[in-house]
Design a protein around this ligand. Structure first.
Ligand SMILES: [Zn+2]
Length: 258
């Protein structure tokens, strides 16, 4: 596999029934790669996070490459409401041949469902963020936020709730990046799907990005919760996979945050 290429369907198998999808995208954030996680067993197929708007085809192709047909997808767990995580959710729900269950924390639900405006995308925040962008990117972003994606959340998940899918996965309430952000700990493979609670940059695992956090102090405090789990691998939505003494690195990040 060539991780450096920009093929729209790169995947990386991390354990039996766990793949990280590597989906390149050109967005208002520039050229970037997002990393949804796919996990499955004989009964259930779960996708964690749903890309930017317009990435359905990439998700389909990545799933096919992982050997899991899109039509087997049962559940999408959304770590939080940001547009790069819920973007293709409406398309996934619409295009599926059966009902796809959407799960999130209760705090995120009204935003994902479009009953409240996406929390980071109020006019003031948006104009600040977009002012520095080239005209074409700015227009693209404005069009996107004028009509944000939305989907019904079928099931809310609580802190430390163990979801009985694919060997069990534990939801960890980690507010800060957004008010209802969750991480997921895959109990069998000891993989932490961190959403945006952590990022990988230059090969190093780092704490939440202050620029994109809704409440950075709360986001930093949430890191401590992650040290209660025995983590062998971290999947960061931005930056991808981190494996190097993950427990030790998580402890360092948590203690530096206090
Ligand atoms: Zn994100």
């Amino acid at each position: 596999m060539n991780r450096g290429s920009c093929k729209p369907w790169n995947v990386m198998r991390l354990a039996d029934g766990v793949e990280v999808l590597e989906l390149p995208v050109r967005s208002f954030m520039g050229q970037t790669i997002v990393h949804p996680t796919l996990t499955w067993d004989d009964d259930t197929v779960v996708l964690v996070d749903a890309g930017f708007p317009g990435q359905l085809q990439q998700i389909r192709e990545a799933m096919a490459r992982a050997g899991v047909p899109f039509d087997r997808l049962d559940k999408v767990i959304v770590t939080h409401q940001d547009i790069d995580h819920i973007g293709s959710l409406p398309d996934i729900v619409r295009e599926s041949s059966h009902k796809v269950e959407v799960l999130s924390h209760e705090e995120e639900r009204p935003y994902i469902e479009g009953r409240k405006p996406l929390i980071k995308m109020n006019q003031e925040r948006l104009s600040k963020r977009l002012v520095s962008l080239p005209e074409e990117q700015r227009q693209r972003a404005e069009a996107l936020f004028a009509n944000p994606p939305k989907a019904s959340v079928s099931t809310v998940v609580a802190d430390e709730e163990v979801l009985p899918y694919c060997g069990g996965m534990t939801a960890i309430f980690t507010p800060g990046h957004t008010p209802g952000h969750i991480c997921l700990y895959l109990n069998q493979s000891k993989i932490l799907v961190s959403g945006d609670a952590l990022v990988v940059t230059d090969g190093e695992l780092r704490g939440p990005n202050p620029q994109s956090a809704y409440d950075i102090d709360t986001a930093l405090k949430s890191l401590k919760k992650l040290t209660q789990y025995d983590v062998e691998t971290v999947i960061c939505y931005h930056g991808g996979v981190y494996k190097d003494s993950a427990n030790k690195r998580l402890a360092e990040l948590a203690s530096a945050a206090h």
